[in-house]
Write a protein that binds this ligand. Sequence first.
Ligand code: DX5
Ligand code: ZN
Length: 229
Amino acid sequence: MTFDRSIKIAPSILAADFANFGAECAAIEAQGCDWVHVDVMDGHFVPNITFGPATCAAIRPHIKGIMDVHLMIAPVDSYIDAFVEAGADIVTAHVEAGPHIHRTLQAIRAAGAKAGVALNPATPASSVTHLLDMVDLICVMTVNPGFGGQKFIHSQIEKVKTLREMIGDRPIHIEIDGGVDVTTAPLVAAAGADVLVAGSAVFRGGSVENPGPYGTNIAAIRAAAEAAR
Ligand code: DX5
Ligand code: ZN
């Protein structure tokens, strides 16, 4: 994985057809997405359950590009190797998921993946000050994690600006997750984000049989973000 700050659209398969993940991943890639965002939920750290490493491994052969795995689970450390073995290129853990996020990030890199850290809306940017030399990505949650289709939380834009300043020249992506669409993408792109996760706003109106709308949606979010930079 090479680093650059171009706008990257990462559709969340939380909004895809759960009975057809392989074809859905192929469809969004064919329609121009950059990364595929995979939301893992445990019903404990967040009030919803999705799937685990076996599903990630099953999806992997259907993704040509980057598989971006967002772990909304606690504890997290004991599962890192399984998600890296399942083929995750990036593994993101929440700073709130346990007392030892520093150890978690070390373990992700040691397992051979890029390390991401995610911040819930109530968690300040300062919580990652001492982690900047060990992360490849900071994910700013712009909804409370657990469900797709929620409303974007505007107070997070200030946090994105703060993080962008903190990062400086370091090769660290700022990813936005939750409520991203054509109206909110420009706000976070202007604030310094480069990776935009979008579930409902990408999958809306399309399907594996009719994937055209995926492409239209991806292109519209990308154009809105790029115009705001
Ligand atoms: C929320 C997930 C998000 C979610 C985004 O807990 O981490 O990735 O699927 O969905 P939308 O874009 O619908 O807000
Ligand atoms: Zn996510």
